[in-house]
Design a protein around this ligand. Structure first.
Ligand code: DC
Length: 239
């Protein structure tokens, strides 16, 4: 049985509930949580607001490359315990979750120099292990030696409905059809790009949470964690 802190890599399609699950796991283990998608989203927001993406979604790759090293993405936890994404020091958490960013992010995430830039930052978060990171290529490209890899799936309708409700709660006006179309497009681009496409690592364990509650997901994980790593996720009952 392995002991000590580990890296848990959680990959999967859009809106499979990776980040909600990953955050709970990190909290329950006292680990750091890192949302790799937030980095791609923040870079997309930067590119969009600084004229590197036109209305048709074409990216000015040459000029973006010249300034990418000036972009700093960091995370901060607010008083409510929520993780906020900062772009060059400014809180952009709300802006990076809009459908406009979702519609452009896969085009930014497929650029090889963007991926190298993001990977460098993601790997620097793992100095002391004790890390739960979610994304598309964490178990395959970012941390291929992660001690535990999970690949999350759920039916397309369930995923689109989850994202639709999330956007509605934030007051966004997008329709279910728009959300579903975005999800399909992103899944397609994410799994067909040349550099580090979304694919299930051979050693990843699949978790289909289409009809599971969060408690059941944690129960499922503890059945793996306890015997193999002597770790247990304790859910905070007050939440
Ligand atoms: O997890 P998310 O939906 O916030 O991610 C946004 C986009 O970022 C996703 O459509 C593809 C990209 N992404 C990626 O290419 N690789 C990762 N490790 C994480 C996200």
């Amino acid at each position: 049985m392995a002991s000590g802190k580990i890296i848990i890599a959680i990959d999967g399609y859009s809106s499979t509930g990776k980040s909600t699950f990953a955050k709970l796991v990190a909290k329950g283990l006292g680990y750091i949580y890192a949302d790799s998608g937030a980095l791609y989203r923040a870079i997309t927001y930067f590119a969009y607001t600084n004229g590197f993406i036109d209305e048709k979604g074409n990216v000015d790759k040459e000029n973006l490359q010249k300034v990418i090293m000036n972009i700093t993405v960091s995370f901060r936890t607010n008083k409510k315990g929520e993780s906020r994404t900062l772009l060059n020091g400014t809180d952009v958490e709300r802006q990076i979750r809009t459908l406009t960013v979702s519609n452009n992010v896969s085009r930014i995430a497929e650029i090889p120099y963007v991926r190298s830039f993001v990977n460098m930052q993601l790997r620097s978060m793992a100095v002391d292990k004790g890390l739960v990171m979610d994304g598309r290529d964490i178990g395959t490209a970012v941390f291929p030696n992660a001690e535990l890899k999970i690949f999350m799936t759920a039916s397309e309708q369930v995923r689109a409905m989850r994202r639709f409700k999330e956007l509605q709660e934030k007051g966004e006006k997008d329709t279910f059809e728009q959300v579903l179309e975005n999800l399909r497009k992103r899944d397609y681009i994410d799994s067909h790009r040349e550099t580090d496409p979304l694919t299930r690592s051979k050693d990843a364990i699949e978790l289909d949470n289409s009809s599971m509650t969060m408690e059941e997901e944690i129960e499922w994980l503890n059945k793996i964690l306890l015997p193999n790593f002597n770790l247990k996720v304790e859910l905070d009952k007050e939440e």
